[in-house]
Design a protein. Structure first.
Length: 470
């Protein structure tokens, strides 16, 4: 058999790939194709419109990997055709930092540069690294063996980007008095260092992103970014969002992790303590997705507004008296006809309660009427007695009366993990739109859920019920 290339050509190609590792990341096809990395792609996309981002994820999910991948694109200006995130068309100044200089060297520097004596085997292609007069890939850091202080990277437009390696241990003063285009912090910094980094990027119209596994729980910084800072885009990813992890690997990791760290290390969930509204693990309420029988009654709850519109679909098994959350929807800053079309695609015959974050009651009624004009079956949600309803919802989870589809209910699970009260006992009104949609739906008595028109109930003993009642 004649090979399409010679041994010498193969050797040259392998050598080229060795020093262009980034070319093979997030490919179009194959078992690790980028379309499977939904959360990672969303993290990239959010950079186009958000100056601050937080990627909370479990161990081995690829949060740091994603951050480093984006770092190289900004340093070189070489963006793939599919890239939808932020772009820089000129050389930049970038800081990357971790808790210690040793970790910066052993993790970040090694991933980006490769071994210091064989540089170019990391994310940054070898031909993009500006070699110093001494033959090194950058300036060495004083006091830390084989650690680099800075590296110059050739930018596509001409000129060189400057990459500076830092650590939180150096103190907040080392993060002052400079202008920076991009800051990537890997693992959580002190709040004052994050604030200083934001100040460094402000005049440059720059960006800052934090990638971390939240082992320290709801720290002051996470509380600031998740609860109060509306400018920070937050992405959470679990082991299930990482196609490169096999079930065997996930099982082995799970068994090796202390029980109190499992939620943080597998799902990127900060420890919420007594503030959690639904302090129950995903494993206790989830089931594998399955086709909903036609004769089961269903309901859809909605929470609408310009910033976010969300919906939750529920089904009821009359034989076991079990409710199932089997689908969710969430979209922001989209016109109502698009919401209506997407929601009706899951069953135009399904109706349910709807709430709107309007300025007054008349505004809410107007929005509901507009959705009705778009052939969406909705009626005003009952918002009374919320605390009592929360208690009922939690009890149904504990007793097994309420279950959630692992895939179809992923949006519900993601919000549930951070659904909590603040120190004053008030519900934190951030990332809770699916929670509200669920709240409105689950409040409706099951005998008011709807049946599909023309579908006969299993084991029918009574005349067929209308499409408006069960």
């Amino acid at each position: 058999m004649t090979l399409p290339f010679t041994k010498e050509e193969l050797k040259r190609e392998l050598e080229r790939r060795k020093y262009n590792f980034i070319e093979g990341l997030f490919p179009d096809k194959g078992p690790l194709r980028r379309e499977l990395y939904v959360k990672h792609m969303e993290f990239f996309r959010l950079g186009a419109d958000n100056y601050e981002r937080l990627f909370l994820a479990g161990n081995r999910v690829g949060k740091s990997f994603s951050g480093l991948f984006e770092d190289v694109l900004h340093l070189t200006g070489e963006y793939p055709d599919w890239w939808e995130g932020r772009r820089f068309d000129k050389p930049i100044k970038m800081w990357i930092a971790t808790p210690t200089s040793e970790k910066t060297r052993d993790v970040v520097q090694r991933e980006l540069i490769g071994h210091i004596t064989d540089f170019g085997t990391g994310f940054i292609p070898k031909d993009r690294i500006v070699v110093t007069n001494s033959g090194m890939p950058g300036a060495l850091k004083m006091g830390v063996s084989k650690a680099l202080d800075s590296v110059l990277v050739k930018h596509k437009s001409g000129g060189n980007s400057e990459l500076k390696f830092k650590s939180y241990k150096e103190g907040v003063l080392s993060f002052e008095s400079d202008k920076v285009d991009v800051v990537h912090l890997d693992e959580e910094p002190p709040l004052e260092i994050w604030a200083s980094c934001l100040a460094r990027t402000m005049t440059q119209n720059g960006i800052a992103y934090l990638t971390e596994t939240p082992l320290l729980g709801m720290t002051p910084l996470l509380t600031e970014l998740i609860e109060r800072n509306k400018n920070c885009a937050v992405i959470m990813a679990t082991w299930d969002d990482a196609p490169h992890l096999t079930q065997e690997q996930k099982d082995r990791l799970w068994e090796s992790i202390p029980e109190y760290q499992r939620e943080a290390r597998s799902k990127g969930v900060p420890a919420l303590g007594s503030g959690a509204i639904y302090p129950i693990s995903d494993e206790d309420i989830t089931v594998d997705d399955f086709p909903i029988p036609d004769h089961w009654p269903r309901l859809r709850g909605m929470d609408t507004g310009w910033n976010w519109t969300s919906a939750v679909w529920m089904a009821f098994d009359p034989d076991t008296n079990t409710k199932y959350i089997y689908a969710t929807y969430k979209s922001s800053k989209t016109d109502m006809p698009i919401h209506a079309s997407a929601i009706n695609a899951k069953g135009a015959w399904i109706s349910g309660p709807c709430d709107y974050a309007g300025t007054d009651q008349s505004d809410g009624k107007r929005i509901i009427n507009e959705y009705k004009d778009l052939h969406l079956l909705v009626y005003p949600a009952d918002k009374k007695g919320k605390n009592a309803d929360l208690h009922t919802n939690y009890n149904e989870m504990l007793t097994g009366e309420l279950k959630v589809f692992k895939r179809g209910g992923a949006g519900f699970l993601e919000e549930k993990r951070l659904y909590r009260r603040d120190i004053k006992g008030n519900i934190v009104k951030e990332n809770d739109h699916i929670m509200d949609a669920f709240q409105y739906a689950n409040k409706v008595p099951v005998n008011q859920w709807v049946l599909n028109t023309g579908i006969t109930k299993k084991k029918k003993k009574k005349p067929r019920m209308s499409t408006r009642a069960y």
